[in-house]
Ligand binder design. Structure first.
Ligand code: SAM
Length: 391
């Protein structure tokens, strides 16, 4: 039987430990998150080491992880189509002895694939320090710490001679959102190819394309532009809903019907990227009659000449979809054209629907003109149209 005095001192020690854990939790709550949550995470982890059942520490750590580690990491890592495409492309393009720069380490998957493909060394950067620390752990557990260096920095802060001993033979990345540009891929790759890669370095992905396609979907409109709720008219709120962003599940529920094949908007060469803005105006041709509710924008990335990934209308991967809603659903007949203008800068795409053009209003000629700014414009006559390339 435990001596009552021993039991009392054990209780007192337990109380002190719990008190210390509570103090660490209080301190954690006062930390600014400017360091990406590193100090907050350290204090909360220490509190949980002292008192594993500290409820406040558990909750705060979970909240910190939700704030700092975007939830799309998990379905992305479970997207076997994406993973296999990258694995094949990396095996094809990375040669034994290559120095690889992997921009955007995440959990470390693409960096480990490059090491497995025979890279002499892989430098992988990750701007989020908690993610970078976890990747280091993943890489260590896979026995690759001697072949992969995790640099907990933005790629644009990497210095040759400090973070990497030499420029890369291959620049590898997967830093795209549903319309390719939202994670800043153009600026990131332009800077990386200029200063962190050897002349003529290989790139994975090599290029990317954006496409537009007219779709019919009552449900898309019902979800994004509900007319009324509980008898109240909500139309005064609709102007905020010009762009619908959907997870793959939400997109499937909308059951979209394509009213025409997709047309190419923009091409991006990632081996020789540019930070120039561009815009294009033109017509999407309807191949079927129906009600057009939106223009769906999707991408395709060419990882190698033969391997592509993307989020086309029937794709099954983790990437969501972006659809630009018309102000009002419009009835279209086969051969009608939907006049659109799209533009992009280094981080965003926008698209407006300018109207529906009946086929008799158009001539056979391609009235495209390109100004010095690279802007493709429709010719002055509304009858002349710029044909968008189709795929
Ligand atoms: C889409 S994940 C891809 C992760 C991993 N490469 C993969 O394919 O599984 C992109 C990661 O890159 C990071 N990231 C994006 N742009 C970056 C940049 N320019 N420099 C450093 N990290 C970046 C993000 O924080 C994110 O964790």
């Amino acid at each position: 039987m435990t001596h009552p005095l021993h039991a009392a001192s054990a209780d007192a020690a337990g109380e002190t430990t719990k008190q210390q854990a509570d103090e660490l939790v209080l301190e954690a709550q006062l930390q600014p998150l400017a360091d990406g949550g590193v100090e907050t995470s350290r204090l909360l982890s220490e509190a949980l080491r002292l008192d594993p059942s500290n409820h406040d520490a558990q909750i705060l750590l979970e909240r910190l992880h939700q704030m700092t580690v975007p939830r799309w990491h998990f379905p992305m890592l479970a997207d076997t189509g994406r993973n296999q495409a990258y694995a094949k492309a990396i095996a094809e393009k990375v040669k034994p002895g290559d120095v690889v720069l992997d921009i955007g380490c995440g959990a470390g998957l693409t960096a480990m694939l490059a090491a497995r493909a025979g890279a002499k060394h892989v430098y992988t950067c990750e701007q989020q320090p908690l993610i970078a620390a976890a990747a280091k752990e993943v890489i260590a557990r896979n026995g690759l710490s001697d072949r992969i260096t995790v640099i907990p920095k933005w790629s644009h802060d990497i210095k040759i001679g400090v973070d990497m001993p030499e420029q890369a033979d291959v620049v590898l990345s997967e830093i795209v959102d549903t319309v390719l540009l939202g994670e800043g891929a153009l600026a990131t790759l332009t800077l990386a190819m200029k200063s962190l890669a050897k002349p003529g370095a290989r790139c994975i992905p090599e290029s990317g394309m954006l496409f537009a396609q007219p779709i019919e979907s009552d449900s898309l409109y019902e979800v994004w532009r509900p007319q009324a709720a509980e008898g109240f008219d909500l139309s005064g709120f609709h102007h905020f809903a010009t762009v619908a962003q959907m997870t793959p599940g939400e997109f499937d529920v909308c059951n979209p019907r394509p009213l025409g094949i997709r047309a190419k908007l923009f091409d991006f060469d990632f081996t020789n990227p540019s930070m120039k803005d561009a815009s294009i105006s033109g017509n999407l041709v309807c191949s079927e009659a129906g009600m057009v509710h939106a223009v769906l924008v999707t991408f395709e990335m060419r990882l190698t000449a033969r391997i592509t990934v993307g989020n086309g209308i029937t794709a099954k991967g983790h990437w969501g979809r972006t659809a630009f809603l018309l102000k009002h659903p419009e009835a279209v007949a086969a051969r009608d054209m939907i006049s659109i203008t799209a533009q992009h800068d280094t981080a965003a795409l926008s698209l407006t629907v300018d109207g529906i053009v009946a086929p008799e209003a158009t001539s056979q000629s391609d009235g495209a003109s390109t100004t010095a700014t690279g802007k493709h414009e429709m010719a002055a006559s509304p009858a002349r149209v710029l044909k968008l390339a189709t795929s």
